[in-house]
Design a protein around this ligand. Structure first.
Ligand SMILES: [Zn+2]
Length: 381
């Protein structure tokens, strides 16, 4: 009994002592870890500020190893990987974050958004679309819808693009009515290319009815009606573009003349074109006016000369020479040299990125902007 009591008397302080030592050791370790994590973090930040991304990544990886529960460090790492083009590593970081059960709802959305951006940048559009869809109902919803819209436009999935544009319009993001008209025009063009002119016609007629202010559908419908020998209908569809002085009207000038000549309405077309030309001295409208006259007659090319009195233009001058009667024609070599010199001036240029093209684009192939090509030749800009 005495022996047991003495053991307890010795054992108790010893147990206390050992416990105290152990707790001090734990505390010291914790303090060291805490001290190491911020140090590595600040080291990484310092490298970032010096634009040394390789070293920054090493420092952040070290910090993450010391403190695997820190979400901010993971976000920083994920962004860094993406910016450096290391998309698989960025995806792994964001997927790791999403797999964590302790992540707050806000951080989960942020990780999902980061993951969508990784896929977008990597060009994995299917996976990006999937990740963006998961952001519906979150604070990233507007951005995610705009990104999905860009994906559908890039992959020419027009019905899906129309759906998302409608959602965006309903949430008050912007007015997408002209864009919606473009989506339908693109579908009509595809239908026409596949030989389904009835579907193309139906789509364009519906668009002109629903969105009358969108000029492209009107121009395409006018051209389509011409191919179906419906000249009178074509003229009536194109007429409002000139009556309301739509900036895109010059693109329809040649079709208007064809339709008017085919249905014996050339004086009506002349009135429309002259009224438009008096407000905007467009070269295309001028050429359309000239083409209403009988070719190679002495008065046929007169409008070019009148235009040149007001606007010095190499395009108008070369067209005037080319339209000369046989006895006044310049040698073909001279005409060819002039045409070659004037050709770059006849291009269209994107106002957003400066991309130049022989034909007019409604959707810039360079910068993907819509309606960025003015209906004016480079010489008229
Ligand atoms: Zn462009």
């Amino acid at each position: 009994m005495e022996l047991d009591l003495s053991w307890i008397l010795i054992g108790l302080p010893l147990a206390f002592g050992l416990g105290w030592v152990a707790s001090r050791l734990d505390l010291r370790q914790l303090r060291m870890a805490n001290r190491q994590a911020p140090r590595a973090y600040f080291k990484g930040l310092n490298y970032l500020l010096n634009e040394q991304q390789d070293q920054a990544i090493d420092a952040f990886i070290e910090a993450v190893q010391n403190d695997p529960d820190t979400s901010e460090l993971h976000f920083a790492l994920g962004n860094l990987f993406r910016r450096r083009g290391e998309y698989d590593r960025a995806v792994r970081v964001h997927e790791h974050l999403l797999a964590r059960a302790d992540l707050s709802a806000a951080d989960r959305q942020r990780a999902q958004h980061g993951l969508a951006l990784d896929f977008l940048k990597a060009g994995l559009l299917d996976r990006a679309e999937d990740a963006l869809r998961k952001l519906e109902g979150t604070t990233y919803e507007g951005q995610a819808r705009l990104a999905r819209l860009a994906i559908y436009e890039r992959s020419r999935e027009w019905p899906q693009a129309a759906q998302v544009a409608e959602l965006l319009e309903r949430s008050g993001e912007a007015n997408f009515s002209v864009r919606q008209a473009h989506y339908r025009c693109e579908q009509a063009r595809e239908a026409f290319a596949q030989g389904d002119t009835d579907r193309a016609l139906a789509l364009l007629q519906q668009t002109v009815q629903d969105i009358p202010q969108a000029p492209r559908a009107r121009i395409l419908l006018g051209q389509l009606l011409l191919t179906r020998q419906q000249a009178r209908e074509s003229l009536e569809v194109l007429r409002p573009l000139f009556e309301r002085h739509d900036p895109s009207a010059p693109l329809a000038a040649a079709s208007l003349v064809k339709a008017a000549l085919a249905c014996g309405q050339s004086s009506s077309a002349r009135t429309l074109l002259e009224a438009f030309y008096s407000r905007q001295a467009s070269l295309d409208v001028l050429e359309a006016l000239v083409s209403l006259n009988p070719p190679h007659s002495s008065e046929a090319r007169q409008p070019f000369l009148q235009h040149l009195q007001q606007h010095p233009s190499l395009l108008a001058a070369s067209r005037w020479l080319a339209a000369a009667p046989a006895q006044e024609a310049v040698p073909p070599t001279v005409q060819k040299a002039l045409d070659t010199a004037a050709r770059p001036l006849a291009r269209y240029r994107c106002a957003a990125c400066g991309f130049e093209a022989k034909e007019h684009f409604w959707h810039c192939p360079g910068c993907q902007a819509w309606d960025s090509y003015p209906a004016r030749r480079v010489e008229e800009l």
